[in-house]
Design a protein. Structure first.
Length: 180
C-alpha cells in the first residue's frame, strides 16, 4: 500500500486532468482503444473508477453504465476507498485475486487509458516513470491471463530497447505509433 498509493494517486490525477481538458467536440474522435471513441473511453474510465472503488471496499462487481461526465469525482472516491489499510487485505470476492493485483490492474488502466486519451485528443502526456515500470512488470506477468479474459489485445511488437511506456503499450495490445 505504502508504495502503490502514491503511484495510483498521481496516475489518477494525470488521467483526471486529461479528462477535464477534453472538449465535447472531440467526443466522437477515435482512440487507440478500438472499441471506444473518446466519449466511450471516458465512460469506460468512469466505470473503472466505480468498479475499483467497490472492489476496494470489498463490494460487488459493478456493471458499466452510460457516460455521466464525472470521472474525476469517481476517481477521487476510488482513491479514498484504497487509502484505507483494510482495502489491501486478502483477495477480492469477484475475481479471486490478491488486492495488490487489483491495485496494479487499476494502475495499468490509469496509465494506458491516460495515454489512449492523450493521443486521441492531442494532449501532452508524461506518466510517472515508476508507474510505467510497475505497470509494465505487472502486465508482462499477467499478459496471457489478460488476453484470455479479453482485457489485453494481441501483443504489438515493440523493440526490446524501446522506452518502457512503448513496451507497456505493446504488451497490452496498443501500437505506440498510433495517431488520430
Amino acid at each position: 500500500m505504502d508504495d502503490m498509493m502514491p503511484l495510483m494517486t498521481r496516475a489518477t490525477e494525470r488521467t483526471s486532468g486529461l479528462v477535464r481538458a477534453v472538449p465535447r467536440e472531440q467526443f466522437a474522435s477515435p482512440t487507440p482503444c478500438a472499441e471506444f471513441d473518446v466519449k466511450g473511453l471516458i465512460s469506460h474510465l468512469e466505470w473503472v473508477a466505480e468498479l475499483f472503488e467497490s472492489l476496494g471496499r470489498k463490494g460487488p462487481y459493478v456493471e458499466q453504465g452510460s457516460y455521466a461526465g464525472d470521472f474525476p469525482e469517481r476517481a477521487e472516491r476510488t482513491l479514498a476507498s484504497w487509502s484505507r489499510r483494510e482495502a489491501w487485505d486478502g483477495t477480492d470476492s469477484v475475481m479471486g485475486l490478491p488486492m495488490t493485483a487489483l491495485a496494479h490492474m487499476y494502475l495499468v488502466d490509469m496509465v494506458v487509458h491516460g495515454w489512449d486519451l492523450a493521443v486521441a485528443t492531442g494532449q501532452p502526456y508524461e506518466p510517472e516513470p515508476e508507474a510505467v515500470s510497475r505497470a509494465l512488470a505487472f502486465s508482462e506477468r499477467m499478459a496471457e491471463t489478460g488476453r484470455q479474459r479479453g482485457v489485453f489485445g494481441p501483443q504489438v511488437a515493440v523493440p526490446d530497447d524501446a522506452p518502457e511506456l512503448d513496451r507497456l503499450l505493446g504488451v497490452v495490445g496498443r501500437d505506440p505509433a498510433w495517431t488520430a
